[in-house]
Design a binder for this molecule. Sequence first.
Ligand code: ZN
Ligand code: MN
Length: 494
Amino acid sequence: MPALEPIIGLEVHVQLKTKSKMFCRCDNRDDQPPNSAICPICTGQPGALPLPNAQAIDWAIMASLALGCRINQESKFDRKSYFYPDLPKGYQISQYDQPFGLAGQVTVPIDGEWKAFRIHRLHLEEDAGKLVHSGSSSLVDLNRAGTPLMEIVTEPDFRSPAEAKAFLQELRLVMRYLDISDADMEKGHLRCDANISLRPVGTEELHPKTEIKNINSFRAVERALAFEIKRQSGLWEDGHPPTIQSTRGWDEALQQTTEQRTKEEAADYRYFPEPDLPPIITSDEHLEHLRSSIPELPFDRRARLTKMYGLSAELSSSLVEDLELSAYFEQVVSEFRDYAATEIGNEKANALWADEKGKDTGLIANWLLNKISAEHRTTHGLPVPARDVGRLLWMLHQGTINAPAAQTVYEQMRLTKKGPHTLVKELGLEQVSDTGALEAIIREVIANNAPVVADVRAGKAAASQFLVGQVMKATKGKANPKVVQELLRQQLAA
Ligand code: ZN
Ligand code: MN
């Protein structure tokens, strides 16, 4: 049996966070009492006429551009007919042959390498309602009916579950940078179906695929695909690879996929142009306006942070994961530099930046990523002004305070809203770098630890760390460790 490789494609639905629904004025929120945000249009009453949401269309075009798609400047909506209790109209308004976006490409960082995945198409449609099952009956909630959805279909370019997951995470990030969807998988703002087939490595032919539905988290994407690879490998090994397309559902509790139904052919949906909506024409001018309103995207921000601040690829990627934190990082760096200039003068501060910017920004990035924990983040954003954190980190950089003290001051800034200088004074955290005061303490430590001193003199370098520790203890952690080490070396050499 030759080795098999997985061929994976994704179909993603992204819920847009417009104020109103796709074709009516109902509130587009998912926290309202059942069947309270509905009207004749989204419940499919006879004679009700849809009116397209211009915001949703603009966002679909912006998303298409962000994903590198070609734009259909003449687009239209179509009816996709099917019967289901949560779809009172008996059809969904979707797009068939003229989607907003076509033939895009997204480049995603995977294990430190860049890999490009092609986008087949991006179109806009409305969501259906929701069935709520209770006991032996089912209830219908139509609040979600008519919610704007973008459907993004990729080419079958993924060769592992990890690649599919990385792409989805990048897609979520792009949606958040565009600020058009919360793209939270757990809340159903980003829903993913994956299709997968296997083929012997080295062959080009594609085999009937299996579509996996009901994948509700990034973890589930990886697990469901891994399960399917194992299941289909078994079928190949038994000499019976899948011969027809099928649909399976991911069962989170059982951690397996189970057979659902065979896939309808596209013709079953009886697509035809929506007669109640005119074609959507996007002028060159409007397209340019939309293009220019796209903010910096994660891909570009990663590259810029690396270049501008001399950050490592890992650090810039970690920052970019968090839209808010990466913007905060830039503010903190700017405050750090401003403060450096007022403290040591413009010229020296600029020379320092030229000399060691990567080191300083690395210190700042690491500090922000490690010390600002999720529970500090409130709905009001980051709790301490960038200016104060910039100043605090300059003090740390200069050795005015040491790292544990910086953490203490940060905690207090968060709780008391006081500035860093006030707190360093109030808490008595200023490092002792005064050699006179430290020399006396070091003399005492040497006198009280004769055996360790003998070890150091015998060449055991590690033993001197113990002596530094004793000095730090005697100064309640306020001694500047660099100064202590130097003084200790001098006294032991004497
Ligand atoms: Zn409505
Ligand atoms: Mn769809």
